[in-house]
Design a protein around this ligand. Structure first.
Ligand code: F6R
Length: 367
């Protein structure tokens, strides 16, 4: 049942290339220049009337929403807000018929997410669900559903569902951009081509996981560590930190790299591991400054970056791990993979039950 893997989590990490392919299947037309969503109720006219987007989810799905919502904001230029589902209803959000609410849920059964969806509906919003279970409560209640075709996810720690949610979001952002004319056909084709290359890039990373495994063993003896990054790297840092916490039980925090000096830097002491995501070129120099801040306080820094930056970064970090190159917007679909493996191997090194971490359930049906 685990297909030759020791754990469902490792199997599911390795299923990601196919999950990406399946989630794109039938949603890119033959020319590779247009995204299509057969069966979506949302008309182009409706898409043009939307003036705000609320992205709502819990946990890992929320972290996918952070990346996905950023992609929409960048490509479509509509303001996007983000809420964890358990907070949404209680802040009296501004919901109108021109609001598009996107709920993200692997299981489609998360109680808080379902309640948020109902709140949005009651206020006239159009609700789109991105979910892995098409027969789920959330899928049934939503006005529209985009299925992530990741296949069943058994491990409590979500991996292939997260990355498939990213793919679904990228496609939907392009779809909206087409309807609103915010990206040219050339631009859409360019992004689509980069997306189609992702599965093989993930495969190449999975074939070279030894360095991450060794690093996981190194951090497994620590009780505290930090993830830092800027922009989309910060969003991925949050997912990496959650993954590590839930299965290795190592305490970690994800910080926007520029925010450390506003308090958290006080926690940096000799030998503490800091994992710096440094893939976003537009803010790379700033991230390097922040890396130097922690290095100066004795942190042991591992950077995740692109090959071309490894030599430069090695002047300020202790180790660097290179990931394949894609468009900055799509990089989370690659940079999260070493973090999934890191959590997996750290959990393994600590002798934990990787697939069934303590205190957690796969589907959270209580508020
Ligand atoms: C973390 C994890 C959880 C879920 C969260 C939402 O690995 O699995 O954080 O992402 O409970 O679950 P769904 O997506 O089913 O709504």
């Amino acid at each position: 049942e685990k297909g030759g893997y020791d754990h469902f989590m490792l199997k599911e990490i390795h299923e990601q290339p196919n999950a990406y392919r399946n989630t794109m299947l039938g949603r890119i037309d033959e020319s590779g220049r247009k995204v299509v969503f057969p069966g979506l109720n949302l008309s182009d006219e409706k898409i043009r009337s939307i003036n705000s987007i609320h992205v709502i989810a819990c946990g890992t799905a929320y972290h996918a929403g952070l990346v996905g919502g950023a992609a929409i904001e960048r490509l479509v230029r509509i303001p996007v807000s983000f809420d964890v589902a358990s907070e949404y209803r209680y802040r009296s959000p501004l919901i109108t018929p021109e609001t598009l609410v996107i709920v993200v849920s692997q299981s489609g059964e998360t109680a808080d997410t379902l309640a948020a969806l109902r709140e949005a509906h009651a206020n006239g919003a159009h609700v789109l669900a991105i979910t892995n279970v098409v027969g789920s409560s959330i899928a049934r209640d939503a006005d529209d559903v985009i299925a992530t075709l990741a296949g069943p996810e058994i491990a409590v720690a979500s991996t292939k569902a997260y990355t498939s949610q990213l793919i679904a979001f990228y496609l939907f952002a392009l779809y909206m951009a087409q309807a609103r004319g915010t990206q040219t056909e050339e631009e859409v084709a360019h992004i689509v081509a980069a997306m189609q290359a992702l599965p093989e890039q993930v495969e190449s990373m999975l074939e070279n996981s030894d360095a991450i495994k060794a690093y996981a063993e190194q951090i497994s003896t620590h009780e505290h560590l930090f993830f830092i990054g800027r922009g989309l790297d910060y969003a991925v840092a949050q997912e990496g930190s959650l993954k590590l916490k839930e299965i290795s039980y190592i305490h970690s925090e994800a910080y926007a790299a520029g925010e450390l000096k506003h308090g958290t830097l006080a926690l940096i002491e000799e030998g503490i591991p800091v994992i710096a995501l440094a893939t976003q070129e537009s803010v790379l120099e700033k991230t390097v400054s922040n890396i130097k801040e922690v290095k100066a306080r004795g942190a042991d820094v591992m950077a995740i970056t692109h090959e071309e930056h490894v030599a430069g970064l090695l002047k300020s970090v202790d180790q660097a791990f290179a990931i394949p190159k894609t468009l900055p917007l799509l990089t989370p679909a690659l940079s999260v993979v070493p973090l999934q493996l890191l959590a997996y191997y750290a959990s393994l090194a600590r002798g934990n039950d990787v697939d069934k971490p303590r205190n957690l359930a796969k589907s959270v049906t209580v508020e």
